[in-house]
Design a protein around this ligand. Structure first.
Ligand SMILES: Cc1cc2nc3c(=O)[nH]c(=O)nc-3n(C[C@H](O)[C@H](O)[C@H](O)COP(=O)(O)OP(=O)(O)OC[C@H]3O[C@@H](n4cnc5c(N)ncnc54)[C@H](O)[C@@H]3O)c2cc1C
Length: 326
């Protein structure tokens, strides 16, 4: 939680720092609960968050309705809302704009961004990794950091590193414009779905990742069907909207649902992976901390527990709380 809280705080001043507008907006996020078991989980989540400096409070169904008037508190008669935990500082940002803001900020500071160029292998000098082979030729480097999302297993395999990672597709979709404002982000860890409104007024809906590991970028009708069924129980107005666009990305899911950041046991080769379906919110902290690790050779305290060696020493960090809808 401390790691993600740090990231949230970095995001709050990032537009200014990068001199770029990426539509960062603090909206508040609620996690709805429909059973006593989930209420207990949400209470535990809010206490843990609070202990780590991330303001999170339990709210009643009426308070949830006041924050989000479109909510059907009976959950379509099947999923009554018993309460929710609420994180007022939660925010959204436009993902492609964040990527470009970072790329431009880095280039202004002298970083070379080489586009449309695939890493096809790693250069070795004995045991040490000393560069990358790419579709545009060889690039030497004293340190190579793999930050390739769902492709990490194939890149790490070039260094002979086997990671506890599975790659799963994750889908999302948007509806056409909704003419009224929709406040905040509504998430449901029992139904495993979330919804918010984009800057264009469209409703953005997502759910858990596909159960079958795969590198497929194909969007499926079954995903649309199951997500639409779940979300319309909570927000019946969505039935009157049309689905405009659907898309799929691949996600690197670690065995304990926590990221893996740091050394791999192969000299000169590091990874940042295991970001699953929740890596976007971690970008500022992940980048900052990995840069520190590379510069000093040592993992800063904030990310020390995320090392790969935790799997060998049986110190896994099962953290479904930070992963939202998995
Ligand atoms: C539909 C969907 C919704 C999501 N929603 C959220 C959300 O609401 N909140 C959240 O926090 N996260 C969300 N995520 C997860 C988030 O997008 C990822 O965790 C995050 O993008 C991971 O960042 P990354 O830089 O590690 O990898 P990526 O963003 O996947 O970037 C990896 C890059 O490496 C490149 N690459 C791959 N292989 C090679 C190679 N061999 N050579 C060179 N380059 C290579 C890829 O082209 C890509 O550009 C969502 C993901 C999806 C798919």
């Amino acid at each position: 939680m401390r790691f993600y809280q740090h990231s949230l705080e970095l995001y709050q001043t990032l537009e200014e720092e990068l001199d770029s507008w990426f539509m960062h907006e603090t909206k508040g996020l609620m996690w709805l609960a429909h059973t006593e078991t989930q209420m207990r989980a949400e209470r535990a989540r809010s206490l843990l968050n609070l202990a780590c400096g991330a303001e999170t409070v339990m709210i009643t169904p009426q308070e949830a309705k006041a924050l989000c008037p479109q909510l059907d508190l009976s959950g379509g008669g099947r999923y009554p809302v018993l309460g929710a935990s609420y994180h007022p500082a939660a925010a959204t940002a436009r993902h492609d704009r964040v990527v470009w803001a970072y790329a431009q900020g880095a280039m202004r500071r002298g970083v070379h961004v080489v586009q449309h160029t695939r890493v096809t292998g790693l250069v070795r000098d004995g045991e040490r990794v000393t560069g990358v082979e790419t579709s545009a030729g060889r690039i030497s480097a004293s340190v190579v950091l793999s930050a390739v999302g769902g492709s990490v297993s194939t890149v790490a395999a070039h260094a002979g590193v086997r990671l506890p990672i599975r790659t799963h597709p994750l889908q999302a979709f948007v509806t056409n414009g909704y003419d009224f404002p929709f406040a905040g982000i509504v998430s449901d860890t029992e139904l495993l779905c979330y919804v918010s409104q984009t800057e264009r007024g469209q409703m953005l809906i997502g759910a858990e990742y596909d159960a079958q590991p795969s590198y497929s970028l194909r969007s499926s009708f079954s995903f649309l069907q199951s997500s639409a069924a779940k979300i319309t129980h909570l927000l019946p107005f969505l039935r009157d909207l049309r689905i405009l666009r659907q898309w799929t990305g691949i996600c690197d899911i670690s065995a304990d649902f926590s990221p893996i950041m740091g050394h791999t046991g192969v000299d000169g080769f590091l990874v940042t992976t295991g970001w699953g379906t929740w890596g976007f919110k971690a970008i500022p902290a992940g980048g900052e901390q990995m840069a520190q690790l590379i510069a000093t050779g040592r993992a800063p305290a904030l990310i020390e527990p995320f090392g790969l060696e935790r799997f060998a020493s049986d110190q896994t960090m099962a953290d479904p709380g930070s992963t939202g809808t998995h």
